[in-house]
Design a protein around this ligand. Structure first.
Ligand SMILES: Nc1ncnc2c1ncn2[C@@H]1O[C@H](COP(=O)(O)OP(=O)(O)O)[C@@H](O)[C@H]1O
Ligand SMILES: [Mg+2]
Length: 191
């Protein structure tokens, strides 16, 4: 079986010289979920950001089996290609909702943005899909137009909106997974 994601010798060194992770290798097969566990500062988020194309690695390879583009060398993609994949097939849920959400846009608009990026244009269909996703994670539909900062429980709720992933991705990268997310049925990497 072809892995959805195959990572070899992934190493991230930050510009400060601090080492994020060294020589990380793993495969994720279709339907598999990889949980990465380790103490704070051990490199979990560095791995996750690199495979979700949010952070350039210093060394290593990653091969992603894209349903639409075929087998892709992730770290060799140009900016346009990696944006295309991030918008459609590789999802990242940030631990910090301030990195995931625009706090000047409503909760619903934050989710709708991902649909717009993937070329959805019909307002009614976007609104309907956003409502469907809110329902799925038991968020009150009447609060779709509220700003993220107005939700109780801090912003942790907010980060799950992005995780709603309007378009089911092929691979989901998730820090601190939450119940009710669509990621449970996706192959991916949880840290
Ligand atoms: N943006 C950054 N710039 C510099 N160093 C960083 C950055 N992000 C993480 N680090 C460092 O990289 C190491 C691994 O961090 P991280 O991947 O966030 O670990 P974890 O997610 O397991 O807590 C730590 O020493 C951390 O301080
Ligand atoms: Mg982390």
């Amino acid at each position: 079986m072809t892995p959805v994601l195959s990572v070899r010798d992934l190493t991230v060194t930050y510009s400060s010289g601090v080492v994020g992770c060294v020589d990380v290798s793993f495969d994720i097969l279709p339907g598999e979920i990889l949980g990465v566990v380790g103490e704070s500062g051990s490199g979990k988020t560095s791995v996750l950001n690199a495979i979700a194309l949010a952070l350039p690695p210093t060394r290593g390879d990653a091969r992603f089996d894209s349903p639409r583009l075929g087998s892709q060398a992730l770290f060799a993609l140009n900016a346009q290609e990696s944006r295309w994949l991030r918008q459609r097939e590789i999802a990242l849920v940030h631990q910090n909702p301030h990195r995931a959400l625009n706090f000047d846009l409503s909760a619903g608009a934050n989710v709708a943005e991902a649909l717009l990026a993937a070329d959805w244009r019909h307002y009614g269909r976007i609104r309907q899909r956003v409502a469907e996703l809110f329902r799925r994670v038991e968020l009150d539909l009447t609060r779709m137009d509220d700003l993220p900062g107005r939700f109780s429980g801090g912003c942790s709720n907010a980060s799950s909106w992005r995780g709603l992933s309007p378009i089911p991705p092929r691979c989901f990268s998730w820090t601190s997974p939450r119940a009710g997310s669509t990621s449970r049925s996706r192959p991916g990497c949880w840290t």
